[in-house]
Ligand binder design. Structure first.
Ligand code: SF4
Length: 309
């Protein structure tokens, strides 16, 4: 099983994943205590789904019966070409290209096929990309792929934090491939200092209700009453706490064609965003993660940020 584990890690890298690790499927006790405290403080805002399926979220064996090992992969989304900052609004880098759920799942199914070519059909194996109650960052840490930064992101010590995270749940007793890393932020507090809305209240403590990413994507209510200047032109998501992180000095651009921004997206101006209609939205974001906010949500954000103060 040690050599099969190593083979899976190598095969994941051959398929273009930036990192891969394997951990035994067990209950996430200390990690669930942290989430429970966060929920108790009601920092999840309107993301009520986080209060459902908790047992499954905290123990993968309850989510998929028979799971013995978790294979976790990272896939870099740091873009080659960023959106123009002059006369423009901002969207989070992970949403520049095609919806990561689809792209990553396809790649992970390929990895599963290759594993099954070695082992035979693995009944009960599953692929998850932000699509089920799974504590993504906790599993990435367990798999030795990074540590949790003070900004609460997963940080790979050599490659930074601009990664999608995916998992294979396998009914196989595989050898673990990595060791958990403890936090390496040291005395740095750049992310906390840079957060314009104070959502990072303290190290490792984020109040989603103040987070620009939550407010522009998950939150469905009115933004009236909030200070639009603190949104710093973000109309979908926010990368500030990652952009300022010194570990992201090592970010390399991803080469995945499906994650590159379209020419149309690269050419957008503030006026284009303000004039965007439903048909234009569909043309820009047909297969994009921006669909999560939807046309109405994006227009709400654009209207809010453009408002005269
Ligand atoms: S900006 Fe500094 S404190 Fe924040 S996650 Fe990065 S290293 Fe840690």
């Amino acid at each position: 099983m040690a050599s099969l584990s190593q083979w899976i890690v190598t095969e994941a890298e051959n398929l273009g994943f930036d990192a891969c690790g394997i951990a035994r499927a067990t209950a996430l006790e200390k990690e669930s205590a942290y989430v429970e405290q966060w929920l108790e403080n009601q920092h999840e805002g309107e993301m009520n789904y986080l209060n459902r399926n908790k047992e499954k979220r905290y123990d993968p064996r309850l989510l998929v019966e028979g799971t013995r090992s978790i294979v976790t992969v990272l896939f870099n989304y740091y873009p080659k070409q960023k959106l123009n900052e002059d006369d423009n609004f901002k969207i989070a880098k992970y949403a520049y290209g095609s919806d990561y759920h689809d792209v990553l799942k396809r790649k992970m199914r390929r990895l599963l096929e290759r594993v099954e070519a070695q082992t035979g059909k693995l009944e009960g194996s599953r692929v998850f990309v932000d699509s089920a109650p799974v504590l993504d960052r906790a599993w990435a840490v367990r798999c030795g792929l990074g540590f949790i930064g003070k900004n609460t992101a997963l940080i790979h010590p050599k490659k930074g934090s601009f990664f999608f995270i995916g998992h294979l749940f396998l009914p196989l007793d595989l050898t673990e491939t990595g060791q958990e890393l403890t936090n390496r932020c040291g005395r740095c507090t750049r992310c906390i200092d840079a957060c314009p809305t104070g959502a990072l209240e303290a190290s490792f403590r984020i109040d989603a209700r103040k987070c620009i990413s939550y407010l522009t994507i998950e939150y469905r209510g009115s933004l009236d009453g909030l200070d639009q200047k603190t949104f710093r032109n973000w109309i979908y998501g926010c990368d500030i706490c990652q952009d300022v992180c010194p570990y992201n000095r090592f970010s390399l651009p991803n080469c995945e064609p499906e994650f590159q921004p379209s020419l149309k997206l690269l050419s957008m101006t503030k006026t284009d965003w303000k004039n965007l209609d439903q048909a234009g939205f569909e043309a820009l974001f047909k297969h994009s993660a921006v669909q999560r906010a939807g046309f109405e949500g994006l227009k709400r954000n654009i209207g809010f940020i453009s408002k005269e103060s």
